[in-house]
Design a protein around this ligand. Structure first.
Ligand SMILES: O=C(O)C1=N[C@H](C(=O)O)C[C@H](O)C1
Length: 334
């Protein structure tokens, strides 16, 4: 029997909350981290795409990891940290620095973005990271962002590397490669869904869990949907999965994480919907549609409602929230 992977269940790639004038809001991040883990997430992902990592300074990145690490420590949960660079040597340096902290369970690493080095070179890249980085790796397979596709043979070779503990499968499809991977599970190697809308069918087909940005919203329901499939409760899992897929579709009508931030702001969970350029804040319409799906399950609203420390922020209705084109917050009243 295959040993269970060290990562399974729901991992929430947290947004990075900003103030209206685009400063990091670490207290709001700490609350989001605690809420996600209290709501049933298995662990957190810091510095994912969802965190607008490309726009964060080195100091801000360290603060984000520190804040997420404190929450994970308090909950006894694993912390995964994103490391993305097209430079193998620089990636090894970043991995070693993270490993030296002693509080990071694994790094989430995409194929070298933009360079398209080919499958053999991508395998060599990950082999070097696994040998010299000093941290367990989750391969982030996201060809629409990296530009590099990976076939089932390459992924299996990656999965056999000591130190590679899983893959975040975000190829935009459940296809022949997906089914080949699910049909030949590797010992200790997790297949985690990374395409929000098809997370439910992927877990139904045998994936170990997921890393999905939509779980910043309705965390408890995403965790429950995964748990239902994993214990074979197909009917409720299917119904909840369909409901969450509608939410994910609404959250991804504009570039991630703009709509998610709009929803979290509308729920009073972050101080501003602001995003940093080159992203532009989501339109009021997109946010309004997503807000309507963000709290529809009984109990969800209570779990996701603002904590008492957030009461200084006035609550907003779905029709009040939007943001200006530069990412600064602008209220519109419909
Ligand atoms: O940051 C992440 O992890 C995720 N990013 C994806 C993206 O923005 O492409 C979406 C996925 O849900 C998680």
């Amino acid at each position: 029997m295959n040993p269970e992977p060290i990562l399974n269940g729901l991992y929430v790639p947290l947004v990075t909350p900003f103030t209206d004038d685009l400063r990091l809001a670490p207290d709001a991040l700490a609350r989001l981290a605690d809420e996600a883990l209290s709501a049933g997430a298995s662990g957190l992902v810091a510095l994912g795409t969802t965190a607008e990592t490309a726009t964060l300074s080195a100091e801000e990145r360290e603060t984000v990891v520190d804040v997420c690490s404190a929450a994970c420590r308090a909950h006894g949960a694993p912390l995964v940290v994103g490391v993305g660079t097209g430079d193998t040597a620089a990636a090894i340096t970043s991995l070693r620095a993270l490993a030296a902290r002693g509080d990071v369970a694994a790094a989430l690493v995409p194929a070298p973005p933009y360079i398209r080095p080919g499958e053999a070179a991508t395998l060599a890249h990950f082999t070097a990271l696994a040998e010299h980085g000093g941290l367990p790796l989750v391969v982030y397979d996201i060809p629409y962002r990296s530009g590099q596709t990976l076939g089932a043979g390459t992924i299996a070779a990656l999965g056999r590397l000591p130190g590679v503990v899983g893959i975040k499968h975000a190829t935009g499809a459940i296809d022949a490669t997906t089914m080949e991977l699910l049909g030949s599970p590797l010992p200790g190697f997790a297949l985690l869904g990374g395409d929000d809308i098809v997370l439910s069918p992927l877990v139904a087909a045998g994936a170990h869990g997921g890393i999905v940005a939509s779980a910043n919203v309705r965390t408890a329901d995403f965790a429950e949907m995964i748990a239902l499939w994993r214990r074979g409760s197909a009917a409720p899992a299917r119904a909840l999965g369909a409901e969450l897929a509608r939410l994910s579709a609404a959250l991804f009508t504009e570039p991630n994480p703009t709509v998610i931030k709009g929803v979290l702001h509308a729920q009073n969970r972050i101080p501003s919907p602001a995003v940093r350029m080159p992203l532009l804040a989501a339109s009021a319409d997109s946010v309004r549609r997503a807000v309507l799906l963000a709290g529809s399950r009984e109990g969800n609203a209570a779990r996701q409602c603002p904590s008492t420390e957030m009461t200084e922020m006035p609550s907003r209705s779905a029709t009040e929230v939007s943001a200006g084109p530069s990412g600064s917050a602008t209220r519109v009243t419909a």
